[in-house]
Design a protein around this ligand. Structure first.
Ligand code: BES
Ligand code: ZN
Ligand code: ZN
Length: 491
C-alpha cells in the first residue's frame, strides 16, 4: 500500500535527489511556455519544452533534471477553473511518482476548492496493491506538499484523507483474491475497517438467513462450503432527518454456479463483490465526515459455486419479501442476493435506496469501462446523477422498458431470474427485476420508495492501463458518488 502524508507550505523547499517538483504546463497559442515556477527551478527560455517531449495533455508526464539531483515533473492536462481536470491531473501525478520520498506540487491554484481537488486527485491516484508481492509492502510514507500562499483549512486535508482512504480500502478489498476473501472473512474485514467509526454492525449468519426467509442469499450461497452473510451497518447521528439505504452486491466469487461460466469469463470474478465494498467504504466515510444523514448499508455476501449442494437451474426459491423466483440461470445470482438486500432495506422505510452491483456483462458491452449504468425512478436517478457530477464520476441514465417485465414471467413461480436464450437489454432486464423488491414508502402507502440502481460491471475494474487517478485494476469508483449523495441530502 502506497502511503503518503499531505501538507501545505508557502515556501519553496530544499530539493535533493529524493524529491520531485511538479509543475504544470501553460500552452499559450499552442506553444508550451516557460512559466515563473520553471524559471525559479533554473529552466530558462532557451529550453524548448516541446523538444524535451513535454505535452500539455491529460495523462502526459515529462521528467527533466532539476536542482541538486531533484527531478522536475512537467504535468499536462491541468486546467484552471475546471475541478474535474484538476482532480484528474493530480491523479496522474499521484499515479506516476511513487519513486520519490518528497513531492512538491508547485502549481498555482486559485482557491481552496481547486487545492482540494488537486490533492484529492493525488491522494486517490497514489495507490498500489502490494499485499501479495514478496518484500514490497514496507515502503516509507511519501511527503506530498502543495506550495501555495492560500490558507487551507485542516478540515479540508482531513476530508481528503477520509475520501482517499475510502477509495483505497475499496480497491484493497476488491483486489483480494477469493481464496482469502469469502463471506466470513469479509465480515472480519468489515470489523477491522469500521474500528473507531460510530457505526453499528449486525451480521446475519446462514442460520439467521434461513430462519429469516432470505432465500436469495441462501440459494446462491448453498453451493459453497463458505456460507453466506448479510451485514447491516448503521450510522445514526442525532438529529438526522434523511434516511438513506445503500445495498451492495457482494459475490466474493462468481463461477456462475451450475450454469458455469467459461474459463475466460470466470477469471476476474473476485471483483463481483465490488458493490458491497463500495457501500461499506462509503458509509465509513459518511460516518467519519459526520454527514447528517441516517445511513444504513446492507452487504449481500455469498460465494457462487457449483457443487452437489448448489441451486439447480429450475429450482424455485422464496426471497425476503415473500416472492418466489424460478432460478433459470444460476449465473444471474446478483439479483437474487440483492432481492433479499433490497427487501430488508425497504422494511426500514428509507427516503432513498441506492444499490451498487457488478450485475451484468451487458452493462460493460453497452457502456464500456468508464461509465456506470444508472436506472431507477426519475427523482432518485437525478439525485445520483447530481452526486456523481459533484464527485466527477461517470454514470449514464438508462431506460427501463416495460415490455421486458413480461419476459420475467415464470410458468411455475412469481418470477424467473433470467430469460434463457434472450440477451436483449440484459442490463435493463436486471434493473426491472430488482424493482420487484423495492417496498412501499410506508405500510399504508401505494407509492414505492425512491430507488436507483448503479450497474458497475464495467467501471469496477479498469482492465486497461491507469489514467488520471484510476490505476489498473480495481477502480474504487462510485464510493465518492455515494458519499456525495449523503452530503447532498443531509439536513
Ligand atoms: N457477475 C456477473 C456480471 C459481470 C460480467 C460482471 C462481467 C463483470 C464482468 C453476473 O453475475 C452475471 O454473470 N450476469 C449474467 C446474467 C445473465 C445470466 C442473465 C451475464 O451478464 O451474463
Ligand atoms: Zn453471475
Ligand atoms: Zn455476479
Amino acid at each position: 500500500m502506497a502511503k503518503h502524508l499531505i501538507k501545505v507550505a508557502s515556501v519553496a523547499p530544499k530539493l535533493n535527489k529524493d524529491s520531485a517538483v511538479v509543475v504544470v504546463l501553460d500552452d499559450k497559442n499552442r506553444k508550451l511556455s516557460i512559466n515563473q515556477n520553471l524559471i525559479q527551478l533554473g529552466i530558462t527560455s532557451e529550453h524548448d519544452l516541446t523538444k524535451l517531449g513535454a505535452k500539455n495533455a491529460a495523462d502526459a508526464i515529462t521528467k527533466i533534471p532539476g536542482p541538486n539531483g531533484s527531478v522536475i515533473v512537467l504535468l499536462g492536462g491541468f486546467e484552471s477553473g475546471n475541478l474535474d481536470a484538476i482532480r484528474y491531473a493530480g491523479g496522474t501525478a499521484g499515479r506516476s511518482l511513487s519513486d520519490f520520498r518528497s513531492i512538491y506540487l508547485d502549481i498555482s491554484v486559485q482557491n481552496e476548492t481547486e487545492a482540494a481537488a488537486l490533492l484529492e486527485g493525488y491522494a486517490i491516484g497514489h495507490y498500489s496493491f502490494d499485499a501479495y508481492k514478496t518484500g514490497k509492502n514496507k515502503q516509507p510514507a511519501q511527503n506530498v506538499t502543495l506550495l501555495t500562499k492560500l490558507k487551507i483549512k485542516p478540515a479540508t486535508l482531513t476530508r481528503i484523507e477520509i475520501l482517499s482512504s475510502a477509495v483505497h480500502d475499496t480497491r484493497n478489498l476488491v483486489s483480494m483474491p477469493a481464496n482469502d476473501l469469502y463471506p466470513q472473512s469479509f465480515v472480519s474485514e468489515v470489523n477491522k475497517l469500521v474500528r473507531g467509526a460510530k457505526l453499528a454492525v449486525t451480521v446475519l449468519d446462514e442460520k439467521k438467513l434461513a430462519s429469516g426467509g432470505f432465500g436469495g442469499l441462501v440459494g446462491v450461497g448453498k453451493g459453497s462450503v463458505r456460507p453466506p452473510r448479510l451485514v447491516k451497518i448503521e450510522y445514526k447521528p442525532s438529529g438526522a432527518k434523511f434516511k438513506l439505504a445503500l445495498v451492495g452486491k457482494g459475490i466474493t466469487y462468481d463461477t456462475g454456479g451450475l450454469s458455469l461460466k467459461p474459463a475466460a469469463s470466470m477469471l476476474g470474478m473476485k471483483y463481483d463483490m465490488t458493490g458491497a465494498a463500495t457501500v461499506l467504504n462509503a458509509i465509513i466515510a459518511i460516518a467519519r465526515l459526520k454527514v447528517k444523514v441516517h445511513a444504513t448499508a446492507y452487504l449481500c455476501l455469498a460465494e457462487n459455486m457449483p457443487s452437489g449442494t448448489a441451486t439447480r437451474p429450475g429450482d424455485v426459491i422464496k426471497v425476503r419479501n415473500g416472492k418466489t423466483i424460478e432460478v433459470t440461470n444460476t449465473d444471474a445470482e446478483g439479483r437474487l442476493v440483492l432481492a433479499d438486500g433490497l427487501s430488508l432495506a425497504s422494511e426500514a422505510y428509507p427516503d432513498l435506496i441506492v444499490d451498487v452491483a457488478t450485475l451484468t456483462g451487458a452493462q460493460r458491452v453497452a457502456l464500456g469501462a468508464r461509465y456506470a449504468g444508472l436506472m431507477g425512478d426519475e427523482a432518485a436517478v437525478n439525485k445520483v446523477l447530481k452526486a456523481a457530477q459533484a464527485a466527477g464520476e461517470l454514470a449514464w441514465h438508462m431506460p427501463m422498458p416495460e415490455e421486458l417485465r413480461t419476459l420475467m414471467n415464470s410458468d411455475i413461480a412469481d418470477l424467473q431470474n433470467a430469460k434463457v436464450g434472450n440477451t436483449a437489454g440484459g442490463m435493463l432486464f436486471g434493473a426491472i427485476f430488482l424493482r420487484e423488491f423495492i417496498g412501499r414508502k410506508s405500510a399504508n402507502s401505494s407509492e414505492t420508495i425512491p430507488w436507483a440502481h448503479l450497474d458497475i460491471a464495467g467501471p469496477a475494474d479498469n482492465d486497461g492501463s491507469g489514467y488520471g487517478y484510476i490505476p489498473k485494476g480495481a477502480s474504487g469508483s462510485y464510493v465518492r458518488t455515494l458519499i456525495s449523495i449523503a452530503e447532498q441530502n443531509a439536513k
